[in-house]
Design a binder for this molecule. Structure first.
Ligand code: F58
Length: 839
């Protein structure tokens, strides 16, 4: 378009009067839904099922969001503020419809409208498939941060991949084995995404890189494979604001439908193969959790996504007409873990090879744009890529990494002359066969600031994996942003009754306290009111019945809702110690068996729930699931004990399942070996919903206890400083379990003895404890059992328990992701809210 053209074309008032969403009145809503049934779906009232009605309702709500989305993007473009980009390989969004209705404040109107059309909104909500483009905490955190960015009017976009298959579906075989099935979440159309065929970038792999000058100058990267990245946009509505942000997901496509050259040469198969390999890049989310893969396709995913995202960010920046040295004044890029670290050498490549900047100038820009969040200190989770693989796939980036490394190590040598070991530790290249690129080191030296995700974790980052870097750069480059969760989804949406009670008690509209969660403090005084406690307890009870109903209809089990609900839901991992929990359950079962009926009657009845997926290749984690399922089979069938203790493993854990489980929990377990769980975020969700914690002194558990009071948290176990010593003792002065912890030995012997089916099956799992016991199950077992006994005792005094529950919710203000995202905006990105329609 020439600069002289007038926008909009035609009559501006005609445009403006017609640019609006669906009105909030019921007539307009039903009209819009019916219209989508007829035109978008080409269906009729006569054959419309729940799925069709859901799709039409979703499209109608989408129309509304689109108006806000367009307005927001125009507003950001006009104001040209600094923007932040959240680069995450995972966005675990869950369902969208309910969340969108609540954020737009249209839920009751749609409920009525849908009713008039003969459907129930509750049923339609159940038709939506989860968008499960993530493994666990890291991916769900990204989703919460998008919600908070939009709700706080911050100009933040997310960038990720549009995987054709999200996290696998978990099936449990009759023997208790986890089986994995693909998750074809896009099969029945996704109303929440907008394909942007016109927004696409070419991304190169392989080929040759030829240096064009001496030193660290330009190079020419040619040849290899070129793949197209196509944008799909997902609207992110803020809560009670018109600001609607964007999550841009990339899909890979072959540059042409097939490779013309090979096609002409008569190589049809080769041509088809090249198109296949382009599409393969975004076909599946890697399901691993806390282990590195070293897989070629994973590296291609990482580069494909960072290259497309950076190209898009730079194109948007260039539209501002600013000079490139102002880039850091307009752009902040947050690296969610090391997965997008290739963005650092990629930006260097663009600035040097394409923008023709000199090295120092380019490095100055790069190190002012990037910010890096670390999510784990587990050594097996630190990403390293083999140098030969990097050289093959990204020859130019490998040159740049070597250049960065050389210059960096010269600076280290200057500051710490002659310290060869320090140089070896800090090098971007780990010596070995093969040599490997250390991504955390690269992310650290290429970023302006680095943070961990809870106080303890951030301290551990600074004193362990990045200690040398703190000594080199100084401590001010390192910080902490304790994780948070969005109270919209994790209270208002998943626990509507509690949300209502809070609003009516505080006499504050939810639109206010949901965006200023410290307001919950006002609930503390009501803990002393009997009537309020009764209402609070009744809501918990109804949430337990809602969960029981869900289990009854999906799995066919009848759950005892008069029992305490004890929940552990998270990825299966040795460090999270689901083993400790299940061994504790067996211990409780054995104790019950040893009691007389009269003694049993005094026991606090309990139902234990587990849910979570194991990485498909993680043998011990899968064996833990098998043990849980088989313990459940035995315990639930025992007539002597089943009224006092029952156990369920709920298959296929998801965001949606969490939304039913969390509001129903009386107590939840966060029992990682001290120092291993960076933060945890479900701990926050349970407490926000009035569930209490039993946990170790680890991650965000510590800060939760600081806020809600230690008297309201059941802590147990060894502390972080003891862990190293204990492991040392296990290695060099091992004590048999029978001596170290007889109660645990008894439990292990029952497993091996076949109480839960062939004991031999579980030997590899039992041996992780009998030999080595890296995660210190033996050391913490007695203290764990004592903590559970204190939970039982506290639960017997129901009045006191409900007070604890109320005080816990009331003091969770700190853990809103709004607080966390504002912390990033202010202390890291230097970003300001840009509210739409307020000026
Ligand atoms: C989690 N990490 C931490 N990683 O374990 C948890 O403590 C923290 O609360 C959460 O991040 C948010 O900060 C995590 O979920 C992954 O799932 C990675 C996926 C990709 C491979 C490596 C693990």
């Amino acid at each position: 378009a020439s600069g002289k053209e007038k926008w909009p074309r035609g009559d501006e008032t005609v445009w403006k009067t017609n640019m609006r969403g669906v009105d909030a009145d019921i007539g307009d809503i039903t009209k819009s839904v019916v219209n989508h049934v007829q035109t978008s779906l080409a269906r009729q009232a006569y054959n419309l099922d729940n799925l069709g009605a859901y799709q039409a309702a979703a499209l109608s709500v989408r129309d509304n969001m689109l108006v806000n989305w367009n307005e927001t993007q125009l507003h950001y473009t006009r104001k040209a503020p600094k923007r932040a980009y959240y680069l995450s390989l995972e966005f675990l969004m869950g369902r969208t419809l309910d969340n969108a209705l609540l954020n737009l404040d249209l839920k009751s109107q749609y409920k009525d409208g849908i009713n008039q059309l003969g459907f129930s909104l509750e049923d339609l909500l159940e038709e939506e498939r989860d968008a499960a483009l993530g493994n666990g905490g890291l991916g769900r955190l990204a989703a919460c941060y998008l919600d908070s960015s939009a709700s706080q009017d911050l100009p933040v976009w997310g960038y990720g991949l549009r995987y054709k298959y999200g996290i696998f579906q978990q099936l449990i075989s009759p023997e208790g084995n986890q089986l994995e099935a693909p998750d074809p979440w896009l099969d029945n159309q996704n109303p929440w995404e907008l394909p942007r065929i016109d927004v696409n970038y070419e991304v190169r792999f392989y080929g040759q890189s030829e240096r064009l000058s001496e030193g660290h100058g330009r190079a020419l990267w040619t040849g290899g494979q070129e793949v197209l990245a196509v944008a799909y946009d997902v609207m992110i509505p803020g809560c009670h604001t018109r600001n609607t942000n964007n999550l841009r997901l990339w899909e890979s496509k072959p540059k042409r439908g097939f490779d013309l050259n090979s096609f002409n040469a008569g190589n049809y198969e080769g041509a088809v193969e090249s198109s296949n390999s382009a599409a393969a890049i975004t076909s599946v989310l890697y399901p691993n959790d806390h282990t590195t893969f070293g897989k070629e396709l994973r590296l291609k995913q990482q580069y494909f996504w960072t290259a497309a995202s950076l190209a898009d960010i730079i194109r948007r920046f260039k539209n501002l007409g600013k000079s490139i040295n102002e880039f850091p004044d307009y752009v902040a890029i947050q690296l969610n873990d090391t997965h997008p670290t290739l963005a650092i050498p990629e930006l260097m490549r663009i600035l040097i090879d394409e923008e023709d900047l000199d090295w120092n100038f380019a490095w100055q820009i790069v190190t002012n744009v990037f910010f890096f969040t670390n999510h784990t200190v587990l050594p097996e989770a630190l990403e390293k890529w083999p140098v030969p693989l990097m050289e093959h796939i990204l020859p130019r980036h490998m040159q740049i990494i070597y250049d960065i490394n050389m210059i960096f190590l010269q600076a280290v040598e200057k500051k710490f002359p002659g310290d060869r070991e320090r140089l070896a530790r800090m090098s971007l290249i780990e010596e070995g066969f093969p040599k490997q690129v250390r991504m955390a080191n690269l992310a650290c030296i290429g970023s302006r600031r680095i943070n961990g995700v809870a106080e303890l974790h951030s301290q551990l980052v600074q004193t362990t994996i990045l200690k040398d870097f703190v000594e080199f750069f100084g401590v001010s480059k390192f910080g902490n942003v304790t994780n948070g969760i969005t109270p919209r989804r994790w209270l208002d949406q998943c626990n509507p009754e509690l949300s209502k009670l809070i609003s009516s008690t505080l006499k504050i509209d939810k639109s206010v306290w949901l965006k200023d969660l410290y307001k919950l403090k006002g609930l503390v005084k009501y803990a002393e009111e009997k009537g309020f406690r009764a209402e609070w307890a009744a809501i918990k009870q109804r949430n337990k019945e809602r969960l029981a109903h869900h289990i009854e209809t999906t799995l066919g089990f009848t759950v005892n809702t008069n029992a305490m609900f004890d929940v552990q839901i998270k990825r299966l991992h040795e460090y999270k110690r689901q083993t400790l929990n299940i061994l504790g359950v067996i211990h409780r079962y054995l104790e019950l068996k040893a009691m007389t009926p009269a003694q049993r009657k005094k026991v606090n009845p309990k139902v234990v729930f587990f849910a979570g997926k194991a990485a498909p290749a993680y043998y011990i984690a899968k064996l833990t699931i098998r043990l849980i399922v088989n313990v459940a089979r035995v315990i639930n069938a025992d007539p002597e004990t089943k009224d006092y203790l029952s156990l369920y493993f709920l298959p296929d854990y998801s965001v949606s399942l969490a939304e039913v489980l969390i509001p129903a929990s009386d107590i939840s377990q966060h029992i990682s070996t001290a120092g291993t769980e960076a933060s945890g975020t479900s701990n926050m969700k349970f407490c926000l919903n009035g569930g209490l914690l039993v946990g170790t002194v680890d991650g965000a558990n510590i800060e939760i206890a600081e806020e809600v009071g230690e008297e309201n948290v059941f802590f147990f176990g060894h502390l972080t400083p003891a862990v190293e010593d204990l492991r040392y003792q296990h290695m060099y002065h091992p004590v048999p379990v029978d001596e170290a912890c007889p109660a645990l030995a008894n439990v292990l012997n029952q497993i091996s003895g076949g109480l839960f089916g062939d004991g031999g099956v579980y030997e590899p799992l039992v041996n992780t404890i009998r030999q080595g016991d890296y995660y210190l199950v033996t050391d913490d077992f007695d203290s764990y059992i004592r903590a559970l006994a204190m939970v039982d005792e506290a639960y017997l005094d129901r009045d006191e328990w409900v007070k604890k529950s109320i005080c816990t919710t009331a003091n969770m203000g700190k853990f809103s992701s709004d607080r966390a995202i504002m912390d990033y905006a202010q202390e890291y990105w230097n970003l300001e809210p840009i509210p739409v329609g307020k000026d």
